[in-house]
Design a protein around this ligand. Structure first.
Ligand code: SAM
Length: 311
């Protein structure tokens, strides 16, 4: 059936091998070559959502669903982005070392940056090596490797996920359906906020229904789409456009330009929606993630600000 997420997902290229490596070098090389950018374009939005939630509800613990190697934690917590990480791993010196050595270097690398995040992260992914990497590199405090499409959570796994009060996903809906989220909602903190970047080819209705059953109200940011990556080949392009067209979505100026497009959905208790509606919470600064030359920025506390040049 066309509306089945798993069936729709089959129209996308398969990247299973790079999701299951001991470290993220293959991931950055292959997805980087397709200009994968959703962690970068989502990052400023995630930061605004987390800052708003922190002001309303206190400390954030983010469960990143389909987290892979913990890229969302990296881009949120440290001044790095997908493009800069891709460059790091593309060096021949990095390509020639063993995975254990790379993980040790990455742990030191992340420890060498100030943590600018407003959350700690835990992960859920079907890939055991990816979860292990995210923990060992120090990006996540904990994680669960499980396919909740096909099995239940163990009591130990449920205990790990229970501290989550935000459930985030980028590039993962389609691989996971509302079946996974229904199980997660049984164990995460009641009233958790759910932040999903969802490709327009995937219907999100089943998720919205599952969240409504738990008293969560879903808003969509209607004014903006987020580029995920380029289509890999003409087959992926044609098949995805056919799915979108069958869903009645006009792709002109969006996917028809050769780019997968995602939308932002935020689900949370109604009182939180009333306190901070999504369209008042989010400001898009278009173009901010593109590379720049040196620019003037402020550093230091408000009362003692200095101007420096950031290169
Ligand atoms: C395109 S990657 C997105 C990774 C990351 N969120 C990002 O944007 O960089 C999709 C991820 O979903 C994971 N995945 C696939 N099936 C899954 C499942 N049933 N449960 C959890 N994760 C799954 C894959 O292992 C992979 O890490």
């Amino acid at each position: 059936m066309l509306t089945d997420l798993m069936t729709i997902n089959k129209n996308k290229a398969v990247f299973d091998s790079i999701y299951n490596d001991a470290d993220p070098r293959g991931y950055f090389s292959v997805l980087g070559s397709l200009d994968y950018m959703i962690p970068d374009v989502a990052e400023p939005i995630i930061r605004q959502v987390l800052a708003t939630r922190a002001a309303l509800r206190g400390t954030n613990t983010v469960l990143d669903v389909g987290c892979s190697y913990g890229i969302n934690a990296a881009t949120h917590r440290f001044p790095v982005n997908f493009a800069s990480l891709r460059q790091r791993y593309a060096r021949r010196e990095m390509l020639s070392i063993a995975a254990e050595k790379l993980i040790e270097l990455d742990r030191n690398f992340y420890r060498s940056w100030p943590d600018i995040g407003v959350a700690e992260f835990i992960g859920l992914d079907i890939s055991e090596p990816a979860i292990r990497y995210a923990n060992q590199a120090g990006l996540h405090v904990n994680g669960v490797a499980a396919d909740l499409e096909t099995r239940e959570l163990s009591a130990k796994e449920a205990a790990i996920l229970s501290s989550a009060n935000v459930v985030l996903s980028t590039g993962a809906i389609g691989y996971v359906t509302d079946r996974t989220y229904r199980k997660l909602l049984n164990v995460v903190t009641e009233g958790a906020w759910i932040v999903s970047f969802v490709l327009r080819m995937f219907p999100y209705d089943g998720f919205i229904e599952a969240f409504a059953e738990r008293g969560l109200v879903t808003e969509k940011l209607t004014s903006t789409t987020f580029v995920q990556r380029r289509f890999r080949d003409s087959e992926e392009f044609e098949r995805s456009l056919a799915v979108l067209s069958a869903r009645g979505i006009d792709t002109e100026g969006f996917e028809a330009d050769g780019l997968f497009q995602a939308e932002l959905f935020l689900s949370r208790p109604e009182k939180d929606v009333r306190a901070a509606p999504l369209d008042k919470m989010i400001t898009i600064s278009s173009g901010r993630h593109r590379p720049f030359g040196a620019r003037y920025v402020h550093v230091g506390p408000k009362e003692d600000r200095r101007v420096v040049i950031e290169a």
